[in-house]
Design a protein. Structure first.
Length: 341
């Protein structure tokens, strides 16, 4: 659509980014993370350029109210003025509104990792829960808590009780329908999740480093990596179905090899177990999959699961990203053998 000054309705990405940052990535009226871009003054048909100081983010509800005339442009302009001032002063700590988790316990899907509802932790690093959940009580929805790092290990933002908190200048955030996407440095996608209300979250992309650990995930495959003292990356993938989990369970866990050795020796002795001849890798119905040299556990302390595929090997992060993009079905073969047929 072109207005009378020849201005196209489409706003450039750089200007959209500035608008989103001005608005702290949310509707300036209610704080919802799902929004439209609204020309405030002048309106689009009288605008000669897309001025980020005169365009605000409005959710569908408030955008409709403006269209119907029940919400004035003056009110939006005043709300935008206050929002920008708060952002500039560093006073705004809730960039986007709460996620819709209208259930007691969310279910998460990460590539080919499947589990029943009730798993308390998705990702744990050296004893600290990085992405975890709390059960909703007395009719309240479930809550998500998370520390989100970029692919270089820098903390970008936190999710506390379903609200996103963090400095907006470190990342870019965008929503498209039910899809939420976060970019870090150099426009690299760090996190991409699709919400399926009332309680399912599908992780489409996760490219995150914590210390010497890395998790790579798409909608087709996930990999857990650990970097050794020489800078080499070692990876683990398992096609795992978690059937039951206890209060200390975690889908993905990075810990020490000594910790996993202790678990193997003292926990889950009444459970069925498979192990390699040298004992460095064990699959136990209670402990999950223990890769001791890497300090990686999958399905840790879950209590019951089934395994259809397991791959362990070495590959550079650069090569692995290329493989995931070009041949996601061959990634396990690649990390196990260093080549594909």
């Amino acid at each position: 659509m072109i207005n009378r000054f020849g201005l196209n309705r489409n706003i450039g990405e750089a200007i959209k980014l500035q608008i989103r940052r001005n608005c702290s990535f949310s509707c300036v009226i209610c704080g919802s993370g799902f929004y439209h871009y609204e020309h405030i003054d002048p309106e689009f048909h009288d605008a000669q350029l897309h001025d980020p100081d005169r365009i605000a983010c409005l959710c569908a509800n408030h955008h409709d109210q403006v269209t119907r005339g029940t919400l004035s442009k003056a009110t939006v302009a005043e709300a935008y003025k206050i929002r920008k001032a708060n952002v500039a002063a560093g006073m705004l700590t809730k960039p986007i509104g709460p996620l819709d988790l209208n259930c007691q316990w969310p279910s998460i899907q990460v590539a080919r990792l499947h589990y029943t509802e009730g798993l308390p932790c998705l990702l744990r690093y050296m004893g600290q829960d990085i992405i975890y959940f709390e059960r909703g009580e007395q009719g309240e929805p479930a809550k998500i808590f998370a520390d989100i790092y970029d692919s270089d290990g820098e903390l970008l933002f936190k999710i506390k009780g379903n609200e996103w908190i963090g400095p907006a200048h470190k990342y870019d955030f965008k929503t498209e329908g039910r899809l939420l996407k976060v970019w870090g440095k150099k426009r690299k996608v760090i996190l991409e999740i699709e919400l399926e209300p009332p309680g399912k979250i599908c992780i489409k992309t996760l490219d995150m480093r914590i210390g010497n650990a890395h998790i790579l995930a798409t909608d087709k495959i996930y990999l857990l990596g650990r970097r050794d003292a020489g800078g080499n990356w070692h990876w683990v993938h398992a096609n795992l179905g978690i059937l039951r989990s206890g209060p200390c369970a975690a889908a993905f866990e990075f810990t020490s090899g000594q910790d996993l050795e202790w678990r193997d020796q003292h926990l889950g002795k009444n459970s069925q177990e498979l192990r390699t001849s040298d004992g460095t890798c064990a699959i136990n119905a209670f402990n999950g999959i223990l890769v001791k040299p890497l300090g990686i556990a999958i399905g840790a302390n879950t209590g019951s699961h089934h395994v259809a595929e397991l791959a362990i090997g070495k590959a550079s992060l650069k090569d692995l990203r290329k493989m995931i993009k070009a041949h996601p079905d061959k990634v396990c073969e690649f990390i196990s053998t260093g080549k594909i047929r």
